[in-house]
Design a protein around this ligand. Structure first.
Ligand code: SIN
Length: 321
């Protein structure tokens, strides 16, 4: 088997904010949860703090400085555009995106949906502890992400976290506080990184689901509005009625178990479907997705999480309007 090589060219580092770029608030210790500002540092500062990157050709810029719970369409458009230009630029070896952990899986799934067939690595990374913590996890994650972005065997959208790299369509945040916060599908990580050395097990497969220009060429205000509603004991249909009245254009229902839906909520969702609003069935369970057949015609989201299904439905509506 041929040895992996270092890709020639620069690594494009795009900063989006997050805890990896977080700084403890004045008067607070970095050990205090939430007493820090996510995205306080720019990507250039993260890179400059790492002597291990001094010899690596980098191009660094900030796309946003967000707490990723506030991730927005404009930032996704800017990322998709920047990645598209980087993929077409022979001087760029690969792309690294620093991001918050909270919606990392959504941005990864979104970029995977647009750039699944990328011939270069597009590696997102993040951290659970702010940059000012006594023992931040971001620096190593960033070093690993750059190693992945330069490795000749890696391509497609991945998330680098805790020494592992997960395909962008599989990765999921499983823990709210632990530094071992991320995992992926049953196939395990796509690659691991140890001491800067990448070992790749499988390449990110897949085909893009949308024409990239449709992503950045559409006014954010005209992106389809798709909401997630959750089924639970005592669920009601009033929320769905309110969404319909407000003009929602698609709904993903996070059902119980294999996607079962409380009968009252289900009646409201059938009404939405009858009015031409697509309704997709997903599961709120941590694993397993939804498998058919079901005795109605609510399309199944398969193994997609509700958050992923929401993005897939947005992209489908964007592609077909
Ligand atoms: C964020 O998602 O931006 C804040 C939380 C984190 O990065 O861990």
């Amino acid at each position: 088997m041929p040895e992996p090589e270092v890709r020639s060219g620069r690594v494009l580092v795009l900063g989006c904010g997050g805890t990896i770029a977080g700084v403890a608030r004045a008067g607070h210790s970095a050990a205090e949860w939430v007493a820090y500002d996510a995205g306080a540092l720019g990507a250039g500062q993260l890179v400059a703090a790492l002597p291990g990157l001094a010899a690596v050709p980098l191009e660094v810029r900030d796309v946003a400085r967000l707490d990723s719970c506030d991730m927005d369409i404009e930032t996704w458009q800017a990322l998709a555009r920047a990645v598209g230009h980087a993929l077409a630029d022979p001087q760029i070896a690969g792309v690294v995106i620093t991001h918050g952990t909270d919606t990392l899986e959504e941005t990864a799934f979104f970029l995977h949906s647009v750039w699944a067939s990328a011939s270069k690595p597009v590696v997102l990374t993040a951290a659970m502890r702010p940059a000012t913590a006594a023992s931040p996890d971001g620096p190593q994650n960033l070093l690993d992400a750059v190693a992945l972005a330069r490795d000749s065997w890696i391509r497609g959208v991945l998330v680098a976290f805790g020494g592992q790299a997960w395909p962008g369509d599989e990765v999921r945040k499983l823990h709210g506080q632990s530094v071992a916060a991320f995992a992926g599908g049953p196939g395990g990580p796509a690659a691991v990184v140890a001491n800067g050395v990448v070992t790749a097990f499988r390449l990110a497969p897949g085909a893009p689901s949308v024409v990239p220009e449709a992503i950045w060429g559409t006014d954010p205000a005209r992106w389809p509005w798709v909401e997630i509603v959750t089924s639970h004991a005592g669920a009601r249909g009033d929320g769905v009625a309110a969404l319909l009245a407000a003009g929602v254009q698609g709904i993903v229902v996070a059902g119980t178990g294999n996607g079962s839906i409380h009968q009252t909520l289900r009646a409201a969702l059938r009404e939405a479907q009858a009015r031409g609003v697509p309704v997709w069935r997903a599961s709120r369970c941590i694993a397993g997705g939804v498998l058919g057949p079901w005795d109605d015609d609510l399309p199944l989201s398969g193994l997609l999480t509700p958050a992923q299904a929401r993005i897939a439905l947005v992209l489908q509506l964007l592609a077909t309007r």
